[in-house]
Unconditional design. Structure first.
Length: 147
C-alpha cells in the first residue's frame, strides 16, 4: 500500500490480488475520516491478508473482511466498533466500485467491507472507490484480498 499523504485530503492505494486477477482500491479520507483511518490501519497491519470474498449478491455487492490472523490483538482491533462518519452534503452516491464498511446499525462498523456492483442506497459512509486494473468490474466470485 502506498503511504498516505500528510494532509486532510489523504488518499491511499491498496492493491488486491485475487484468483481471478488484480484490482486496487483508492481510499479517500475526505469521504469518511474514521472509516479511512480504520481501513488503512487494517490493511497496513495485514488484517486482510488472505481473506476471502465470502458474500456476493448479484447486482448488489461483494463483501470481505473476516480475517485469518492468529494475532489476538489484531483480531480484537478488527472487531472493535467505530463510530459512523457524518454524511457529506451532498452525499457520495453508491455506484459500481464504491467501497464501504458493512454494518448492522448505527456505529457498528468493524472490519467487514463491501464493494458495490451498481447503484444502491447510501447505507453508510463510503471511503473508497475501486480502481480498475485488470478487471472491468469488481470480482464476481470468491477470491482473496491482501496488501
Amino acid at each position: 500500500m502506498e503511504e498516505p499523504q500528510p494532509s486532510h485530503y489523504q488518499e491511499a492505494i491498496v492493491r488486491c490480488g485475487t484468483t481471478k486477477g488484480t484490482f486496487s482500491l483508492r481510499l479517500i479520507r475526505k469521504w469518511s475520516p474514521l472509516g479511512y483511518d480504520r481501513a488503512v490501519s487494517l490493511f497496513q497491519r495485514g488484517f486482510y491478508d488472505h481473506t476471502h470474498f465470502f458474500r456476493t449478491v448479484h447486482g448488489f455487492l461483494v463483501q470481505f473482511g473476516i480475517s485469518y490472523t492468529t494475532d489476538p490483538a489484531l483480531r480484537k482491533f478488527g472487531n472493535t466498533h467505530i463510530r459512523d462518519d457524518p454524511q457529506l452534503d451532498p452525499p457520495i452516491l453508491f455506484d459500481e466500485g464504491v467501497v464501504s464498511f458493512a454494518g448492522g446499525g448505527q456505529d457498528t462498523r468493524t472490519s467487514q467491507l463491501f464493494i458495490a456492483y451498481g447503484k444502491i442506497p447510501s447505507l453508510v459512509s463510503p471511503f473508497s472507490r475501486q480502481v480498475i486494473l485488470e478487471h472491468k468490474s469488481p470480482p464476481k466470485r470468491q477470491s482473496s484480498c491482501s496488501r
